[in-house]
Design a protein around this ligand. Structure first.
Ligand code: ZN
Length: 267
């Protein structure tokens, strides 16, 4: 009896902590009210909503190349038993994004801007890491509160899916990751890359390219920077992290990359 009431008191304490951090918004990092099952179910709905917001490319060759890199990376995550889907978006902006439920979108502009497979894999690994760490549903929990999964899945709020998809695809408030989220996605992404056989140095060189592009043509990378705060410090950290893994035997470039980049450049 006593133990039960103690447990109840502890649960109430936890609940008040959770609600407290929910109200405080920014302090709720790591707090997620969406289950993995709900997230994947939501993903099926969001995939359709996102397809109405962006120009998903119907190019089996290019999509299957991105998918092949993506599947090697997701095999290193704790959510590898779930179905993940990779899409290429016809858009010159250098950007990629993750949508809850195992969805990763890569712009043709990003493929065209990469110089080798490892640089492309670096951005894919970073996005997969946001997904595996479930940062997207954490943001949704913060923005919409307790019932976001139910509201979306039960159709209680008919415009909600479109609203979430527009926010994510357009780099809106709920797509903006915190610096802690970025650090976590970088560390996980580097680990996934190395274990999947890609040289993780590629993530650092791709990020350097994004910083250089911001100086030259800010609009080309605006969305990536607004959703993923990227600083010189972060690049230094990524490089330090990458050096923990022996580069021998890791792929920097493969035989298909050059023709895939040329293909992306045609759109
Ligand atoms: Zn990020």
């Amino acid at each position: 009896m006593r133990r039960t009431s103690l447990r109840l008191a502890f649960l109430l304490f936890l609940t008040s902590l959770s609600l407290g951090s929910l109200l405080l918004g920014g302090c709720a990092s790591g707090f997620n009210l969406v289950s993995v099952d709900e997230e994947w179910e939501m993903g099926r709905q969001l995939e359709q909503d996102v397809a109405r917001q962006v120009d998903v490319l119907n190019d089996a060759t290019l999509t299957s190349y991105v998918n092949q890199i993506g599947q090697r990376i997701i095999n290193q995550t704790e959510l590898s038993n779930r179905p993940w889907r990779f899409h290429v978006v016809r858009d010159d902006a250098i950007n990629a994004f993750n949508v809850p439920g195992g969805l990763v979108y890569v712009n043709t502009g990003l493929i065209a801007a990469a110089d080798n497979t490892a640089e492309l894999a670096g951005v894919i690994a970073h996005e997969v890491a946001h997904g595996a760490a479930r940062h997207g549903t954490e943001r949704m929990t913060q923005a919409y509160g307790l019932n976001v999964a139910a509201a979306l899945l039960l159709g209680q709020d008919p415009g909600l899916g479109a609203q979430i998809a527009a926010q994510i695809a357009g780099g809106g408030a709920i797509a903006k990751f915190s610096r802690d989220d970025e650090r976590e996605a970088d560390v996980r992404g580097v680990r996934y890359m190395a274990r999947a056989g890609y040289n993780p140095e590629g993530m650092a060189t791709m990020f350097e390219k994004l910083v250089a592009d911001r100086r030259r043509d800010p609009s080309s990378v605006e969305q990536f920077f607004s959703t993923h705060p990227l600083t010189e410090d972060r690049i230094t950290d990524v490089r330090r992290e990458a050096r923990k893994y022996p580069a021998r035997g890791l792929t920097t470039n493969d035989g298909q990359f050059a023709s895939m980049r040329a293909r992306a450049n045609r759109y």
